[in-house]
Design a protein around this ligand. Structure first.
Ligand SMILES: [Zn+2]
Length: 114
């Protein structure tokens, strides 16, 4: 079964010119993350939700929330952040299936899922 939980964080960034003129100006997003776990259901339960919440909070949200992403990423695009999130979580959440990162409600990237 696949189980998904949504998280969010606020952060600012600027991006290189090839992302568009508006993205070169300093601005912020409320990013939404959807972490999907793929694992068997045992006694009616697929995952340890407390462990998932704690791991994502510590490994991702606490590190990015209310920060300027250019301090941490050379190019803080949704693409690069999604891969970073995956790498932050893959050791502690071995059943991780997919990371979706929404930069706006109309624009998101998906990593994993295969
Ligand atoms: Zn942006």
């Amino acid at each position: 079964m696949k189980f998904t939980r949504r998280f969010k964080f606020d952060a600012s960034h600027t991006l290189p010119q090839e992302f568009g003129v508006k993205e070169t100006r300093m601005h912020g997003h409320t990013y939404k993350i959807e972490i999907t776990i793929n694992c068997p259901v045992i006694n009616g339960r697929a995952i340890d939700l407390d462990k998932l919440k704690k791991t994502v909070q510590e490994e991702v949200i606490d590190k990015l929330d209310h920060n300027h992403l250019n301090d941490y990423f050379e190019v803080p695009s949704a693409e690069n952040i999604a891969v970073w999130i995956w790498n932050q979580l893959k050791e502690k959440l071995q059943d991780i299936y997919e990371v979706k990162l929404y930069e706006t409600e109309n624009h998101w990237v998906t990593y994993g899922g295969e």
